[in-house]
Design a protein around this ligand. Structure first.
Ligand code: NAD
Length: 350
């Protein structure tokens, strides 16, 4: 059957490399900015502040996960009273989310320097939380004008966050493969992102300062974010947003637990898409392989270990996925190696 599609490439300018933080001032000026509000925690903020010099007129370091509207209101006050005409954010998806929330309210241009693999910097999506409810909007108004990827900013990202943030990135690529808006460009980018993540991540867990692997992972995270930018959110992202907003669960960790379970569920509906993931991973069962990868790399596999009581899940569908995610069951139901060993040993007892 002929697959019809519309493809609209992103206008975001992307600068990628090592030491590219040095180009921050030039990129701000390119956007016509001369008064910068810098959104950053102290550690990376100093590096970027030094690169921006006297362009910086104000700083705000209160960005929080899931972009609570009360934090945005505080940052908006700082932006307005400093008469800033450009926002520069350095950090993970939380800092980026705050920059986007300011752009949504004022139209201020954004330059983002990512330090995690969330991919938010290349999407026109903003999720905001108010009274425990996360609402998501998609608008070109929140898409950052410029992204500066500097691999040096990612070298100190702790291994546990590196693992969960990478699986968050992988989720963007996996969901793109079964999205109704998928097209050949998105498919190719998604497969490349999945390959790059699975190749580089174990190398980084073995040696967190491996610059080449960090660069491959950062590049893959950009590709994965680009996938999410081109398609609508699927079941996995919707569930993670609901759980994150309602129970204030950590974003990347929630993605890490949910992804293999949703992949197993989607296998029945979209076998061709899951077959592409399996091919990219070079395994027969993609969902089980992602579960095993997370286990091997020490990531979380259950909502239970994120501290969520099972009763919180009542009424959220699909219940089978959520309860498997709560318990951390290996998705294909096949016994894991250790369970298998236990069974064999038990059979000797009989
Ligand atoms: P985050 O930005 O909260 O960062 C996680 C933790 O890592 C924080 O404590 C942060 O200070 C720390 N950190 C970040 N970079 C570091 C570094 N290089 N070294 C040491 N510590 C570092 O988490 P995240 O997972 O990057 O982003 C989550 C947020 O982004 C959520 O609000 C989520 O909704 C949003 N998000 C949005 C999109 C989108 O397209 N709109 C996509 C993905 C995530």
């Amino acid at each position: 059957m002929t697959r019809g599609f519309v493809h609209s490439p992103s206008p975001t300018r992307v600068v990628f490399g090592a030491g590219t933080v040095a180009q921050a001032a030039e990129e701000v000026r390119r956007l016509g900015g001369s008064r910068v509000l810098l959104l950053a925690r102290p550690r990376h903020g100093e590096k970027v502040a030094a690169a921006l010099g006297d362009l910086v007129v104000a700083r705000f370091d209160g960005a929080r996960m899931h972009t609570p509207v009360e934090v945005t209101a505080q940052a908006l006050d700082v932006l307005t009273s400093a008469a800033a005409d450009c926002v520069v954010a350095v950090g993970g998806g939380s800092a980026t989310g705050l920059a986007k929330a300011l752009a949504a309210r004022t139209g201020v241009p954004q330059v983002i320097l990512p330090t995690t693999y969330s991919g938010s910097e290349v999407t026109p999506i903003l999720g905001e939380t108010e009274n425990g409810q996360k609402t998501t909007r998609r608008s070109p108004d929140v898409l950052p004008e410029t992204v500066i990827y500097d691999v040096d900013l990612t070298l100190d990202l702790p291994v546990p966050t590196t693992v969960t943030s990478s699986i968050n990135a992988m989720a963007h690529a996996v969901e793109a493969l079964y999205a109704p808006e998928a097209n050949p460009v998105v498919d190719a980018i998604a497969v490349q992102a999945i390959r790059g993540i699975t190749h580089s991540l174990p190398l980084i867990v073995a040696d967190p300062s491996d610059v080449d692997a960090r660069a491959e992972l950062l590049e893959s995270a950009w590709l994965a974010g680009s996938c999410l930018a081109s398609v609508s959110m699927g079941l996995h992202h919707k569930l993670c947003h609901q759980l994150g907003g309602q129970f204030d669960l950590p974003h990347a960790e929630t993605h890490t637990v949910m992804l293999p379970q949703v992949m197993a569920y989607k296998e029945k509906e979209s076998p061709e898409a899951l077959a592409k993931v399996a091919e990219a991973l070079d395994v027969p069962d993609a969902a089980a392989a992602v579960f095993d990868l997370v286990t091997e790399l020490g990531g979380p596999t259950s909502l239970r270990e994120l501290g969520l009581p099972e009763s919180s899940l009542d009424g959220i569908e699909p219940a089978s996925v959520l309860h498997a995610a709560w318990a951390g069951t290996r998705p294909d139901g096949a016994p894991t190696l250790s369970a298998l060993t236990a069974q064999v040993l038990a059979s000797f007892d009989n």
